[in-house]
Design a protein around this ligand. Structure first.
Ligand SMILES: [Zn+2]
Length: 202
């Protein structure tokens, strides 16, 4: 129904504190059967996902306080495991609605390192370590529970979007050291350090 504006943590040279405070809140579980409001949120997520070059969007990135994200279902289009999450052009047929997602199990012996961007942290790319093999569960729009193992890019995507729904930004939950891309603009690194200082004060 509508392509919505992304809730961003910064804009030009300044932090947007009310947006940061909103993104730091944990989202609420969705009730089934879906209400009219939940259906509208899902439609806005799908519309915004299709209009934006990205691999996924969480509901709170559109200003909705619900545990839903929309993202790629399969990584057949992404051969490169270091593909930037911010950089993928979604196809209409490679789209899944993940409602009340959770991770049931992680294989902590298996991790992956790759670059990640985030629509809410515009212009920033970080190298982050994540789990690789995970077992997840979510509900689809029919209210059916889906359980599946994930690895590679979709596993990374799932962890990134689930972080959003729990009120975390990508740099807050990475497993190991955070790396910076060689050609990363200094401006976003300054914004990141301002953001980290703001979060520490909370
Ligand atoms: Zn993100």
């Amino acid at each position: 129904m509508a392509v919505k504006e992304i809730v961003r943590t910064w804009d030009n040279d300044r932090l947007i504190e009310e947006n940061i405070d909103f993104l730091k809140q944990r989202t609420k579980k969705v009730q089934f059967p879906l209400t009219e409001k939940s259906r509208q949120i899902i439609q806005d997520l799908i519309d915004s996902y299709r209009a934006t070059p990205c691999a996924g969007i969480a509901a709170n990135q559109l200003g909705y306080d619900k545990s839903i994200f929309v993202g790629m279902r399969e990584d057949i289009e992404v051969e490169d495991p270091e593909q930037d999450l911010d950089d993928v052009n979604p196809r209409q047929d490679n789209c899944e609605v993940y409602i009340n997602p959770q991770i049931d199990r992680v294989d902590d012996q298996s991790t992956q390192r790759g670059s990640e961007g985030c629509l809410s942290l515009p212009g920033l790319t970080l190298f982050l370590e994540r789990y690789d093999k995970i077992k997840v569960r979510y509900y689809n729009v029919e209210g059916k529970a889906v359980k599946k193992p994930l690895k590679g890019f979709i596993s990374r995507l799932f962890q990134h979007e689930l972080d959003h729904l729990k009120g975390n930004l990508m740099f807050e939950t990475a497993l190991g050291d955070i790396g910076v891309e060689k050609d990363q603009d200094q401006k976003q690194l300054d914004q990141l350090s301002q953001l980290m200082k703001y979060l520490q004060k909370k």
